[in-house]
Structures are given as C-alpha cells and as structure tokens.
Design a protein around this ligand. Structure first.
Ligand code: BG6
Ligand code: MG
Length: 216
C-alpha cells in the first residue's frame, strides 16, 4: 500500500532545471566550448562536482582540483543569483495540489534532492512546510544513481521501500529509486526516461487513485 511519496526537486516540483542548464552553459561558453540539450540530460540529478567533471570532459579540459572548485563556485554563484528572485509562480503545474492532497490523506512526503540549494528553493517557493522529511545534497555522500538519498528518506519517514513512490525528471534519479526498490514516476518525456514505471509531462496528471494503483 502507498505510504509515502519522495520528490526530486529541480525539474519536478520547481522549474529550476532550466537555470542549472543556463548557468552550466554560461560556464562552458566562458571556457570556450558549448554542449547540447541532449548532453544536458546527463547532468540532471547528479551532483554539482560530478556535473562539472562531465562538462570539462566534453570540452576536453583537464584542470587541477583547485581550479575545478573555483569553477563550481562560479557556476553556483550565477545559479543562486538566478533563483534568488524565485517565488511560488515557479512551482511546476500540479505541484501544490498534489502536495495538498497527499497531506490531506496522511501520506508521507519527503524531498530527495541532490541540490545543496534545496532549502532555499523550498523557502522561496513557499512549500517547505509540506515536507515531513528533507534529504538534500548536504546530507548524502553518494549522489544519484546511488540509492542513498531515497533510502535515507524512507528510513527517516519510517516506511518500507515497497510503499514508496519516487517522482523524478532525471534518468539518474529513476535508477536511484529502482535500486532502492521503489516505484517510479518520470516527469518529462518517456523517450528520456524509458525505465520509469510511468511517465507524465507534469504533476497535474497525477491523482491519488493512480498512485494507489501503482503501489499495490
Ligand atoms: C539536482 C539537479 O537536483 O541538483 C542537478 O538536477 C544539480 O542539475 C544538482 O547539479 C546539484 O545542485 P546544486 O544546487 O547543489 O548545485
Ligand atoms: Mg531533477
């Protein structure tokens, strides 16, 4: 039976995936190269340092650790500037009403995000109080596709993995949830998320019946 829903943040509840893309693109451009929208799919869900490592490899750059740290900070500065004026209008369609409905039915709600900026985003968009549990990039040592973030979430909620549904826009996140033995709902296009149990364009397409059927 359905016990809890675990949500990725960027690209699932809030429209921040576009800002990550813009900020990384700006960084790559400043280093003299570019990358595609298709390559960007590979950056979704993974940590800041791993994203940078991938991007530098695409540009054929091998930089010392200290320079990499500077670049990660530079990107994050731009990104934080982009998100610091966010408000609830940047919640994605269906986010708020699904959170409301889960809360009304006493279904556990957790955040499972790779982002170290997660709490800032929840606060700016006014949804912090919906979460029984928050697991973010400051709390995990292994990033998606490792299942740690979702296993931690279920443990803190004190629910079994079999009663959990994970919402994810990244294939790394779908893999993480499956390795945690949870059901998965992909947000986006099924061609980008072929492994998900089901895929919807956004959370407005989800109702409690659908969730309960997926979990039985
Ligand atoms: C994930 C995003 O949610 O968080 C990734 O999908 C991002 O694109 C990762 O790299 C880490 O985010 P932050 O905010 O800590 O740089
Ligand atoms: Mg995401």
């Amino acid at each position: 039976a359905l016990s809890a829903c675990l949500f990725d943040l960027d690209g699932v509840l809030v429209d921040t995936a576009k800002y990550h893309f813009l900020a990384w693109k700006q960084l790559a451009n400043s280093l003299g190269f570019d990358f595609s929208q298709a390559q960007n799919e590979e950056l979704k869900g993974i940590s800041r340092v791993e994203s940078l490592r991938k991007i530098l490899a695409w540009g054929g750059l091998d930089l010392p650790q200290s320079r990499q740290e500077e670049l990660a900070q530079l990107k994050n500065g731009w990104y934080v500037e982009m998100i610091s004026n966010m408000d609830e209008t940047e919640l994605l369609p269906g986010s708020l009403s699904l959170l409301e409905s889960l809360r009304a039915h006493h279904i556990g709600i957790a955040l499972g995000s790779a982002s170290k900026n997660a709490k800032l985003i929840l606060a700016r968009t006014g949804i912090s109080s919906y979460f029984d549990v928050i697991v973010d990039g400051n709390m995990v040592s292994k990033s998606k596709p490792d299942p740690e973030v979702f296993i931690r979430g279920a443990a803190l909620l004190q629910v079994p993995a079999s009663g959990c549904i994970v919402f994810e826009d990244a294939s790394a996140g779908i893999e993480a949830a499956q390795r945690a033995h949870m059901k998965t709902i992909g947000i986006g296009q099924s061609t980008d998320l072929p492994a998900a149990d089901m895929v919807v364009p956004d959370l407005s397409k989800i109702d409690l019946d659908t969730l309960q059927r997926l979990c039985c």
